[in-house]
Design a protein around this ligand. Structure first.
Ligand code: NAG
Ligand code: NAG
Ligand code: NAG
Ligand code: NAG
Ligand code: NAG
Length: 527
């Protein structure tokens, strides 16, 4: 049992204090790879969701290529362009300068990664994480991720380099994006070539491909499902198949010009050292995805929290009780770790000895086998004691012990909001005469006094950026002696999930997990 090794000390350096809605979401996207929906699309590394593996295409390569094209519009001098998901606009995808790439790779990438975006995760952040995970899960290096990119409302000015341009144009183009000549060589080696299976266009390399077969692909090295330095070793050895080096038309042999522009010094150093190739790649790639328009403020590097509560939820249930449920993730545990984990909680009475043992759900491996995360659940089945907390006492903060070692964020604890929550009296009515309806009841603790309570629904604005629709609820008559007052809305029945929003003292707060009214009972049975 106790082969436990909690190797958490290495990863705590930049950790933030939980909770932070945006950082929690970004951290989960970056590190909870078994559940973020992204990693499944790049395992195995040559998996291609839009066609057969035989096409030589892969989601991973498309994602890497897409972030380069999104970034390459950056103009360091005037601060415009950069990683802002402007590549999602058809106008950018259709530009002549993008024609050497497999253009549908951009729309494919946006189609699969955009759904990950929400009010805390911009589309550009989703694209950045997709490319990081593509590299990381294809045996490439781990790349630092910062969040907070802002999605553009319109296409950027053109700026992607073209293969038929001369060396001076390429040096100038990368300088405009903020990269030196040596960095250009590295970026081209990684982004334009080491994306394992790569673009071709009938215009660019007809000598290598049948122009009528738009799915055929010229690989840039022989290990096209694996991220390594072969792009450099094969180039130096003179055995490269890179069509931008050995193409018959010298005009479009841009990689040959770029790689040779320092007498092959950079490429030789990569060929001689896989480690240098990997570390330089990680640094340059991080700089590339952090190339954002002026004024955009990125977060600190998102490192995994050693102990992280997740999906916490409270529901006001019958007889003035609260159901509390959630999960906790222990980061970087041994694969066979099964420590005794206890959840402790403080309540409004100041009591600090409440505690319950929580149950291990799974140990998952992420980041291409680098880390294990252990998940523990607490819900009305696994931990019945949490299904009927006294609503008056409530719950204000939680802590954990892991084999008796206290995990409380250095004494801060993990704050829990027990002021506003869905009530279990929410219900739906099936009515073939007047139309099916759902009623959401939201419980608001007496004394909180919000000016508004509303349902929040995820939506997209006219240019596809994540946004939130607010649907106001109506308060029931107030009983000052009740622990909670109720706000309600009855509306046409739908599967839509909502979180709760409220305005308290002029500030907006969000509570609860996305919840469908089907999570509750039929009204006739509840009342
Ligand atoms: C070589 O490529 C350039 C740029 O695409 C093109 O203008 C030129 O006609 C090509 N030359 C040959 C011989 O195909
Ligand atoms: C770089 O190396 C390649 C492959 O060995 C060779 O063909 C080319 O001439 C070299 N370029 C320079 C500038 O040394
Ligand atoms: C609420 O309390 C009443 C009276 O003690 C009991 O009959 C009922 O089963 C309780 N309801 C629930 C959902 O526990
Ligand atoms: C856990 O709860 C028990 C009573 O159920 C109590 O005796 C014990 O002190 C609690 N442990 C902690 C660490 O608070
Ligand atoms: C609230 O409680 C007080 C004291 O028990 C009582 O006098 C009062 O009538 C109650 N008010 C309501 C609205 O029930």
């Amino acid at each position: 049992m106790l082969k436990l090794a909690l190797l958490t000390s290495l990863v705590t350096a930049n950790a933030y204090i939980w909770p932070s809605p945006q950082l929690d979401a970004l951290e989960a996207l970056r590190w909870d790879q078994d559940r973020n929906g992204i990693t499944a699309l790049i395992q195995p590394c040559d998996f291609f969701i839009f066609g057969s593996a035989k096409s030589g295409r892969s989601n991973a390569a498309d994602w890497i290529r897409t972030v380069f094209h999104d970034m390459a519009t950056h103009n360091k001098a005037d601060g415009t362009g950069g990683m802002d998901a402007s590549i999602r606009f058809a106008e950018e995808q259709g530009r002549p300068k993008a024609s050497f790439a497999l253009r549908d790779g951009f729309s494919n990438t946006v189609a699969v990664l955009q759904p990950v975006a929400n009010r805390y995760i911009s589309i550009a952040d989703a694209l950045a994480v997709g490319a990081i995970l593509a590299i990381e899960n294809c045996a490439g290096p781990e790349i630092a991720f910062r969040g907070g990119r802002v999605d553009a409302a319109e296409p950027n000015l053109p700026g992607v380099p073209e293969p038929q341009q001369d060396l001076d144009s390429h040096i100038a183009s990368f300088a405009r994006q903020g990269f030196t000549q040596t960095e250009m060589i590295g970026l081209v080696a990684y982004i334009l070539s080491a994306e394992f299976s790569i673009r071709r266009s009938p215009i660019l390399c007809p000598e290598l491909n049948d122009p009528s077969n738009t799915q055929s692909v010229a690989h840039f090295d022989t290990t096209n499902t694996h991220f390594d330095n072969r792009v450099a070793t094969e180039y130096i050895a003179g055995t490269t198949q890179n069509p931008l080096v050995v193409g018959l038309n010298q005009t479009t042999n841009s990689d040959k010009r770029i790689f040779g522009s320092d007498g092959n010094a950079t490429m030789r150093s990569f060929a001689n050292s896989p480690d240098l190739f990997a570390s330089t790649c990680a640094d340059l790639f991080a700089r590339m995805i952090d190339t954002v328009p002026a004024g955009v403020q990125l977060t600190e590097v998102i490192t995994p929290l050693p102990v992280k509560p997740h999906n916490l939820n409270l529901i006001l249930a019958a007889n003035n009780t609260i159901q509390f449920s959630g999960e906790v993730r222990l980061w970087n545990v041994a694969e066979d770790a099964d420590p005794v984990v206890r959840l402790l909680w403080d309540d409004r009475t100041g009591r600090k000895t409440n505690n319950v043992t929580v149950v291990q759900d799974s140990v998952v491996t992420v980041s291409g086998g680098r880390y294990n995360a252990a998940w523990y659940v607490f819900d009305h089945i696994a931990t019945p004691a949490l299904a009927r907390l006294d609503a008056v006492a409530g719950i204000t903060s939680i802590r954990f012990t892991v084999d008796n070692k206290l995990e409380d964020q250095g004494g801060v604890g993990f704050a829990v909001q027990d002021d506003i929550m869905f009530a279990a009296s929410s219900c739906f009515t099936l009515d073939s005469n007047n139309g099916d309806t759902g009623r959401f009841d939201v419980a608001v603790r007496t004394g909180v006094d919000p000016t508004r309570v509303y349902l929040e629904q995820s939506a997209r604005d006219s240019v596809d950026r994540p946004t939130t629709i607010e649907i106001d609820l109506t308060p029931h008559p107030v009983d000052p002696n009740a622990t909670f007052g109720i706000w309600s809305i009855t509306q046409a029945l739908s599967f839509t999930s909502f979180t709760i929003g409220a305005e308290i003292g002029g500030a907006k707060v969000t509570r609860g997990l996305p919840t469908s009214v089907f999570g509750f009972g039929q009204c006739s049975q509840v009342e």
